[in-house]
Design a protein around this ligand. Structure first.
Ligand SMILES: Nc1ncnc2c1ncn2[C@@H]1O[C@H](COP(=O)(O)OP(=O)(O)OP(=O)(O)O)[C@@H](O)[C@H]1O
Ligand SMILES: [Mg+2]
Length: 361
């Protein structure tokens, strides 16, 4: 798929702007603080309904304005998709897909898919398990609305279970209450874990291929899901339920739930060595790059077409060899890349970003 047009109104430092993108590589060049990240933030917001920088959506509206609007028109194999988001400092936001308002944010997922890559992602490998879970959750939510709703439901049940654990009632009361939450948490949690295991195994296969290419066959990259295991939702359900029951006393003592998908992680190994603890910085960065490129392939397998790739300022963080490998790998993917310069000999449509205005070069 590709984005044909982006229109912004009072979004961050953009007052009124319309941009037509090319199907291939689009490069947004500009000095610092001119609006490059703001622009890709707007695109990604139309894909996943969230900003990668803030959870306070009012910050997205220009300082001195009341309302903002973002509109993206994308071309997919199945036809054109228009996503419009209206933000207001005093009212709830409105999202329209092909001119019809949606009621639940989950309905936005899967309309325009994106893979977002920023310098923070280069640290994905060594960051906390929460970052890697977020990485899987965003992808799986884009691929399956059911997954996204299960995740929301899981978080709600988990919050209720944790509240009970923290409420300071006596152990007998807590244990009685936990029976209900353990059952519900295992039901939903098992579905989440099952999807994540499948995703991780698939990602592992694809990332292995990419990584092998990036390292001239020197390194074998293997990913595995760590936490509750099982080869079916039923098996995982039983395992998770058993673990929750087993850890009741520990959880009461801790005041929170110590097992479940909210605690799981992905183990990343190169040539059988845990790269998170023992990898060099270069290896960790190459691995992050492999994961991002493998993400593109997963979307392609899942949807029959590539998502949009957004590369915010990543080239400045990669060495020349990795930059070229990256650019070679994305020739069939619409890419929107930002940077303060672009000195590579690749065909690209270039735009100059200056103080919230865009000029095609
Ligand atoms: N709500 C807002 N209203 C108006 N301006 C805003 C708003 N939010 C951010 N800005 C402005 O946007 C600018 C930052 O834009 P952005 O982060 O896109 O820069 P950038 O071009 O990506 O720079 P860098 O190269 O440093 O990453 C800042 O000058 C900031 O003041
Ligand atoms: Mg930026």
């Amino acid at each position: 798929m590709n984005i044909k047009t982006l229109q912004l109104q009072n979004f961050r430092n953009y007052e009124q702007q319309s941009i037509n993108f090319d199907k291939g590589l689009n490069v947004l060049i500009g000095k610092n603080a001119q609006g490059k990240t703001n622009l890709v933030e707007a695109i990604n917001y139309c894909c996943i309904g969230k900003s990668h920088r803030t959870s306070k959506e009012k910050e997205l509206i220009s300082f001195d304005k009341e309302n903002a609007k973002i509109k993206v028109i994308a071309q997919k194999n199945a036809g054109e998709k228009t996503v419009e988001i209206f933000l207001s400092k005093s009212n709830k936001k409105i999202i329209r897909i092909n001119h019809l308002s949606i009621l639940r944010i989950g309905e936005l997922f899967g309309n325009i898919n994106s893979v977002f890559f920023s310098p923070e992602d280069l640290r994905l490998v060594k960051e906390s398990p929460a970052d890697r879970r977020r990485f899987i959750d965003i992808d799986l939510s884009q691929m399956s609305k059911v997954y996204f709703y299960n995740l929301l439901r899981y978080e709600k049940i988990l919050a209720q279970r944790n509240k009970l654990l923290k409420d300071g009632l006596d152990a007998i009361h807590i244990k009685r209450g936990l029976d209900v939450w353990n059952e519900q948490l295992s039901q939903v949690g098992a579905k989440i874990i099952y999807s994540r295991i499948q995703f991780t195994n698939n990602l592992s296969k694809l990332a292995q291929k990419v990584h092998s290419n990036l390292t001239d066959n020197q390194e074998e990259l293997i990913l595995s899901y760590t936490g509750i295991q099982g080869d079916s939702v039923d098996n995982i359900y039983r395992e998770l339920f058993m673990m929750l029951e087993k850890n009741v006393d520990k959880d009461i003592q801790l005041g929170y739930t110590s097992v479940g998908p909210h605690r799981d992680d992905i183990k990343i190994a190169i040539n059988d060595i845990d790269i998170r603890s023992f990898g060099s910085q270069g290896q960790q960065r190459t691995t992050a790059l492999s994961l991002k490129l493998a993400e593109l392939e997963i979307f392609k397998e899942e949807n029959g077409e590539y998502p949009i790739l957004i590369l915010d300022d990543v080239l400045s963080e990669l060495d020349d060899f990795r930059c070229k490998k990256l650019l070679n790998n994305i020739q069939n993917v619409q890419t929107i890349l930002t940077g303060t310069s672009f000195d590579y000999d690749y065909p690209a449509t270039k735009f100059q970003i200056e103080n919230g205005t865009v000029k095609k070069l």
